[in-house]
Design a protein around this ligand. Structure first.
Ligand SMILES: C[S@@+](CC[C@H](N)C(=O)[O-])C[C@H]1O[C@@H](n2cnc3c(N)ncnc32)[C@H](O)[C@@H]1O
Length: 231
């Protein structure tokens, strides 16, 4: 059973990365925090917001950190920063499971997938989502999803290369797809590029990536391979 804590902790969805994509409600919570908890990247995004706030980095300590969060919340205003939206593959799930929903205040954020679909001008209401973030073995699941669904969005990290992804798609006989690699969204080094399974073989990627894979027969538009998108 979830433990009762004295102050509600707040989980803020920080959006894809640029500070102007976080909601005003999220920023207000960050301003009022006594303790800010998040990845190095997110803590670095808010260096000047409140000098007095204690900062705790989330690394591999995310499970033991849950007990510390409970202790801190007895006397302090604890704010946990997560990237994108808290409801989409984030630390929020573990925190809510441990502390109980009644003890958490959740501020939504713009998810990287929302941002990616906006960047390519496509709807995402019928999309199927897969994460390979920290799960290199998830590639089989991604291939199955691509066979079954016309619109697939995948979160990937450095553990999987685009070359490997291209290889797996081609090995599975998937040759006709539009593949959008949406990298470092909202950040100064953002790149949004279009490929097909063959051209993806020679693509590079660095940093944070959302991959959108569309079945061409359902998304029939003029195709321009390896086309860089400019917002
Ligand atoms: C742990 S998941 C968190 C997802 C997050 N809760 C969301 O709603 O976007 C981290 C993954 O999100 C994606 N991601 C986060 N920020 C991104 C950005 N600015 N550009 C592209 N992908 C991003 C990457 O696939 C990264 O590996």
């Amino acid at each position: 059973m979830a433990k009762r804590i004295t102050k509600k902790i707040t989980i803020v969805g920080c959006g894809p990365g640029a500070i102007n994509y976080i909601t005003p409600a999220g920023l207000e919570c960050i301003h009022n925090a006594d303790v800010l908890i998040g990845s190095k990247r997110l803590l670095d995004t808010f260096p000047l917001i409140k000098s007095g706030a204690e900062k705790i980095k989330i690394e591999k300590n995310y499970r033991p950190l849950l007990n510390k969060i409970i202790l801190l919340s007895r006397t302090k205003n604890v704010v946990i920063l997560v990237s994108g939206d808290p409801g989409f593959y984030s630390y929020a799930r573990l925190v809510i499971e441990k502390l109980g929903r009644a003890n958490c205040n959740i501020i939504p954020g713009i998810s990287s997938v929302q941002f990616a679909f906006a960047s390519i001008g496509k709807s995402w209401h019928d999309a199927h989502f897969v994460t390979l973030h920290g799960r290199q073995k998830g590639i089989d699941g991604l291939i199955k999803a691509v066979k079954k669904h016309d619109t697939v969005a995948a979160l990937i990290d450095k553990s999987i290369s685009l070359k490997t992804l291209a290889h797996e798609l081609l090995m599975a006989g998937i040759t006709k797809r539009k593949i959008f690699v949406c990298e470092n969204l909202s950040l100064p080094d953002e790149r949004v590029r279009e490929f097909n399974p063959v051209s993806l073989q020679s693509a590079d990627a660095d940093g944070l990536n959302v991959i959108i894979i569309l079945n061409q027969s359902c998304h029939s538009e003029r195709s321009e391979e390896s086309r860089p998108y400019k917002r």
